[in-house]
Design a protein around this ligand. Structure first.
Ligand SMILES: Nc1ncnc2c1ncn2[C@@H]1O[C@H](COP(=O)(O)OP(=O)(O)O)[C@@H](O)[C@H]1O
Ligand SMILES: [Mg+2]
Length: 245
């Protein structure tokens, strides 16, 4: 049976907000549910490539390889050469779109982990995507520039991909108790509207950081990660719902 195969780009021009963490959390939830996903690592730094068991080493053409997480998760590894593409536009943004549309039907979803910029690579990611998901960190500076992200989505919608839809905003790394984070959350609500923010938010937890460092799926920690795993299960369900509508 053909799978859903919708393509989601996770983006923010800021680094360190959790694009990679959320992409991999969703992939972990998908695998745990027995769904198949393809993670496309568009960041030249190759964090998700590394966590999924590969070294973003030699300059090689983009290709799909199995991840070390199991048969449910494949990955298009990043290569350092991607960096040049971001700064010397030349590659038409539709190249990635055509390539991913050919394989999307083999997966329940394709997750594009975008680099921390709004350059050519993120444009390519958005041109290939059906859904744009903005990842934000409620820390003081994390919300700045969300307007620029929305503008980038608009630009791609206008020029390259009229199928693109802003699916929503995932809030990552919410500390347990912080009046400052609460204020930032309220500010975000004013900027994007309550309905655009996906529930639940992803809490700040040591186990999230540990899973990344140990190159493991968050669901592989059992009871130790149950709280966070459940959050990603819900966000994965939400993504699937957004992909159906
Ligand atoms: N919810 C979280 N709890 C704890 N640490 C987190 C959380 N989200 C991200 N981190 C850590 O913050 C760092 C940056 O996250 P990352 O996903 O690489 O950001 P980005 O891809 O946006 O640059 C990583 O070391 C990651 O482990
Ligand atoms: Mg990243």
């Amino acid at each position: 049976m053909a799978r859903m195969g919708r393509i989601a780009a996770l983006l923010n021009q800021k680094g360190g907000v959790g694009k990679t963490t959320v992409t991999l959390g969703l992939a972990s939830a998908a695998a745990h549910a027995g769904h198949r996903v393809l993670v496309v690592d568009l960041d030249p730094q190759g964090s998700s490539t590394w966590v999924l068991g590969h070294d973003p080493a030699a300059d090689q053409p983009m290709m799909i390889v199995p991840s070390h997480w199991g048969p449910e998760v494949d990955v298009v590894p990043s290569t350092p050469g991607l960096h040049d593409h971001d700064h010397h536009p030349g590659e038409p943004p539709h190249h990635l779109r055509r390539a991913l549309h050919r394989v999307a039907g083999d997966y329940d979803a394709v997750l594009i982990d975008c680099p921390p910029s709004l350059g050519q690579l993120t444009t390519s990611g958005l041109t290939a995507a059906d859904l744009a998901v903005i990842v934000v960190d409620p820390a003081a500076l994390g919300l700045r520039g969300i307007g620029a992200v929305a503008d980038a989505i608009d630009h791609v919608w206008d020029n390259h991909n009229a199928d693109l839809e802003l699916a929503g905003v995932i809030v990552n790394r919410v500390p347990a108790i912080s009046a400052e984070a609460d204020r930032r959350y309220d500010e975000l609500t004013r900027i994007v509207g309550r309905k655009a923010i996906w529930q639940p938010s992803v809490p700040q937890r040591v186990i999230v950081n540990q899973a990344i460092g140990e190159r493991r799926a968050i669901h592989s920690y059992g009871a130790r990660s149950a709280e966070v795993s459940e959050v990603f299960d819900k966000l994965w369900a939400k993504l699937r719902k957004a992909a159906r509508s």
